[in-house]
Design a protein around this ligand. Structure first.
Ligand code: SF4
Ligand code: SF4
Length: 168
């Protein structure tokens, strides 16, 4: 049957010692370390959070917001498309009937668990009404309780680019 036996990688004494691989990695690390010591102008790390990044682009997927009509009411029609598309299953919606000329339904409750969210943007893509966006530019948020990361409809409707997380 012409079976070809392939030598198992990592079976030599040199591989089993691990030391050559460790020193190889350290050599690369010290090479960059000494290069950056001689010329600090090319170091691109910043002292975050004291120094905040100023180059958050419009395309950056930050914390969500719900868009509004001119009268301040929600554009969301409670169709559940975003919740269905969400791979993290972290969007929770409760709907009610709507009696103005804007839509047939509206959400009475709309919340997102930001600890579960993976910021994939599928909810934005799935929305047929441009009712949910991730263009706030908010990339950093902290809280002391898990429950504080469950942002509700009121927060999402008043969320704006550059606005701090409620618990900052
Ligand atoms: S960004 Fe992704 S994970 Fe987060 S709420 Fe939207 S669909 Fe779900
Ligand atoms: S945000 Fe968009 S996709 Fe989600 S329920 Fe509202 S209208 Fe539907």
């Amino acid at each position: 049957m012409g079976i070809k036996v392939v030598k198992r990688h990592g079976s030599s004494l040199k591989d089993k010692l691990y030391l050559p691989a460790i020193f190889g990695g350290m050599k690369t690390t010290f090479k960059h370390f000494s290069k950056n010591l001689k010329d600090t102008s090319k170091i691109i790390s910043m002292s975050y959070p004291e120094v905040q990044p100023a180059d958050i682009t419009d395309n950056y997927r930050g914390v969500h917001r719900l868009t509004k009509w001119d009268d301040g009411s929600e554009k969301c029609v409670a169709c559940y498309m975003c919740a269905t598309a969400c791979p993290a299953e972290c969007i929770f919606i409760e709907a009610e009937e709507r009696f103005d000329d804007k839509a047939e339904k509206r959400p009475t409750a709309f919340s997102i668990d930001l600890l579960e969210c993976v910021y994939c943007g599928y909810c934005v893509e799935a929305c047929p009404c441009d009712a949910i966006r991730m263009d706030t530019g908010i990339f950093s948020f902290v809280a002391s309780k898990r429950s504080d990361f469950l942002v509700d409809k009121e927060y999402l409707m008043n969320n704006e680019r550059g606005k701090d997380f409620p618990n900052d």
